[in-house]
Write a protein that binds this ligand. Sequence first.
Ligand code: ZN
Length: 280
Amino acid sequence: MKQKIRVLIGKPGLDGHDRGALIIAQALRDAGMEVVYTGLRQTPAQIVHAAIQEDVDFIGLSCLSGAHNELFPEIVRLLKEQQAEDIIVFGGGVIPQEDIPFLKEQGIREIFTPGTPTQAAIDYIRQQARPKQENWLEPPKKIAHIGIAVHSIDQALPFYTEHLGLRLEGREKVESEQVEVAFLRIGESRIELLEALAPQSSIATFIEKRGQGIHHIALEVDDIVERMNTLHEHGIRLLQEQPKIGAHEAQIAFIHPREAHGVLVELCQPKDSGVAKNDE
Ligand code: ZN
């Protein structure tokens, strides 16, 4: 059941020219979207009210009067106030390049400067709508690390540092897991050596069963709780209900190895990397 994308085109402020707004509204309609146009000289409150009433997915704002730095953020603020911040706001019109970083910081997700082909706006909307429509999450950012179970970090390290020339970033004891870990940086990723600190540690059990070797692959995410919920909804088993704290105070959770055909996959959200839902 795929619904049409709904877009409201709003003209906040006092300028009296809506040719640009009408062109974009028509282009979006031609692209199969439902478009509501508010007409000229709307206040931010009127635009937000109409957007909520019309249950739109997007608000496109056009402003030629130069007041975009006040009007656009005000609309984002009012949406938040009405708990409608899932509506994506983008803007266009006469907007100087140097105002764009400020506007994005204020929560305007995209700015189309004069001369941008309307197709760019259509592509942008379709791309942004996909995650909303399919409950789709960003793919994990990268391989955060590959965990390797070893009998002894001291014995294993020289291979990585001396023979491969990797840099040891640090060692850390993770008491909750009864392991010691050593991190070696490799490009934007890491190798994580894991040594059991106690016989009941899962690393000790792993080595006993399968010998030393690759223990898990950690994928970096910035929305671990949301992602765990989505996996849960998909019927994918996780080894814990809530994220726990791993090395470097990252939030981590493991997916049951059966789900990944024999690979233990860790989700890993580095400390301070969590993004609020509507941030870039
Ligand atoms: Zn790990």
